[in-house]
Design a protein around this ligand. Structure first.
Ligand code: CMX
Length: 477
């Protein structure tokens, strides 16, 4: 039985009634004003979308169905809860993305059994595929140039899964009434999420195929969770080739990092580009694969998810410069802080952004950044000699003051991308262009959950009105 789908089904009638009441009774209630400033400023500050899973407060950060990250860590089942004490180290403490998926879809904190049912749901989809990508997708992926950007490959891979879509197949046969849209959207969404470890693994293995050949770097372990299987397919667990030569403790830590990362990146309110594009394209009744591949294309922009890659490039260049300067001045310590400050000012005066800093909504340190930093702090021995991780921490103390002095950006604090890539790098994911693919695995969970609800609630095709310059000018006279 599909426990998640059944539980969702039980919620539909009352939620549809709530939506109907709002529409019928309060349609004319004003929730804000639109100014020329916001229209020309990327619609900042205008509440224009319905989004139910997460909210984002400038001063409190993200909440998942009303729960902060800390509360989620406290309340949602983690690997220890689900599997028991599987490792003799302290890992298994971060909530599983599957618990989050249950929370976002049903609005309820899942039990251990409910979380396990989601793990089994995703693994059963893969079992039916013999743990392999559908043949069409496998063929297409193999034909792509191996050096094509991993995000382009991910987008193509997800788009190609559209040939598996139950929703579009039923729709094109004229078999779907509006009230039935949600069910096949749910099935497609689960299929998409289930296939992401395979797709990420496929893309990553192609970056290594000169060394390791065309075979996958790992295999799906049907007893384990989704984040574990992403790690396996990247070659980082005992179910894989262990191409980076990690110790068992490091393998376990990597899986822990993957659970943390993919748990907290699932969603960030509806207005961010990856979520918004999925929602917009989904509103045309494009299937979940086509809808989410649009989200992936948005995530691939350097101002959004690609910042994870840009941050690591930035850290490496900066570290090199600092070392050169230390050699020149023949000073073992050097004045690192002063050199960092100078370099940040140089970039700002060249009109470049400092990657990993700033946010369109947040006005505090990103709580997701704090969560990643705590991962480092909990493992002082592992990270003490990693100069790039140290530099990342150092920057988070120096850059905000500079950005405040610079006076342009509204949030001078680090966002989540400031920390994530360099932690993956530490464990051997040294291919910078790949980081955002892991982001893309996680982000699927929020926007696809919303897409299912969009269809349950019968939201219409999105179609805002645009205004030309002449009209805008005439309005101001
Ligand atoms: N470094 C330098 N300048 C910055 C800056 C940064 N990190 N962040 C913002 N600014 C500048 C903007 O470019 C803008 O300049 P102009 O007025 O010349 O156009 C000005 O400050 C005001 O911008 P803002 O209102 O503070 O920020 P926005 O809402 O327009 O943009 C964001 C938000 C994230 C795109 C921006 O802060 C940025 O470019 N940051 C660096 C890239 C990054 O880390 N992106 C990842 C965000 C998280 C994610 O989506 O994954």
């Amino acid at each position: 039985p599909n426990l998640l789908k059944q539980t969702l089904q039980n919620k539909i009638v009352s939620k549809q009634k709530e939506m109907k009441d709002l529409r019928q009774t309060h349609s004319n209630y004003k929730i804000g004003d639109i100014t020329i400033g916001s229209l020309l400023g990327g619609m900042r500050g205008n509440s224009l979308m319905y989004w139910d899973g997460t909210t984002l407060s400038p001063t409190e950060g993200i909440k998942f169905k009303g729960l902060t990250i800390e509360q989620c860590q406290d309340k949602l089942p983690n690997a220890k809860d689900v599997f028991g004490n599987i490792s003799n180290n302290n890992n298994g403490k971060f909530f599983l993305p599957e618990s989050m998926l249950w929370l976002l879809i049903t609005g309820e904190i899942p039990t251990r059994e409910q979380t396990l049912s989601v793990i089994n749901l995703l693994n059963n989809i893969l079992r039916q595929q013999n743990g392999e990508l559908p043949p069409v997708t496998e063929t297409i992926m193999n034909k792509l140039p191996a050096d094509m950007h991993p995000m382009t490959q991910l987008s193509i891979g997800i788009t190609s899964l559209s040939s598996q879509s139950k929703f579009s197949s039923l729709y094109s046969q004229g078999k779907l009434g509006k009230s039935e849209y949600w069910s096949s959207t749910f099935d497609d969404s689960m299929k998409l999420i289930a296939n992401l470890p395979l797709l990420a693994g496929k893309i990553y293995s192609r970056l290594h195929q000169k060394k390791t050949g065309p075979q996958p770097l790992g295999s799906i372990n049907y007893e384990m969770d989704w984040a574990y299987n992403i790690s396996s397919m990247l070659g980082m667990t005992k179910d894989s080739q262990n191409i980076k030569g990690l110790t068992p403790k490091q393998q376990s830590d990597f899986v822990e990092l993957m659970r943390l990362y993919t748990g907290i990146h699932v969603d960030h309110e509806g207005g961010n580009v990856s979520a918004h594009s999925t929602h917009l394209v989904g509103s045309t009744l494009a299937d979940p694969f086509l809808s989410y591949s649009s989200g992936i294309n948005g995530l691939a922009g350097p101002l959004h998810g690609l910042a994870a890659q840009e941050v690591v490039r930035f850290l490496f260049n900066l570290q090199k410069k600092l070392e050169k300067q230390q050699q020149k001045s023949n000073d073992a310590l050097g004045d690192t802080d002063a050199a960092i400050t100078k370099e940040i000012w140089r970039l700002l005066s060249n009109q470049q952004v400092i990657p990993g800093y700033g946010h369109a909504v947040l006005r505090i340190f990103d709580p997701r950044f704090d969560a990643m930093l705590n991962f480092v702090k909990q493992r002082p021995k592992e990270f003490q000699n990693d100069k790039h991780v140290n530099l990342m921490q150092n920057l988070s103390q120096i850059v905000p003051d500079i950005l405040i002095k610079h006076g342009k950006c509204k949030n001078p604090y680090p966002n989540v991308d400031a920390a994530s890539g360099i932690l993956f790098y530490h464990y051997g994911i040294t291919e910078l262009m790949f980081f955002t693919v892991i982001f893309g695995c996680s982000r699927a969970i929020g926007p696809l959950t919303q897409l299912i609800w969009d269809r349950i609630l019968g939201l219409p095709i999105e179609r805002p009105k645009s205004i030309d310059m002449t009209t805008l000018k005439s309005m101001t006279k």
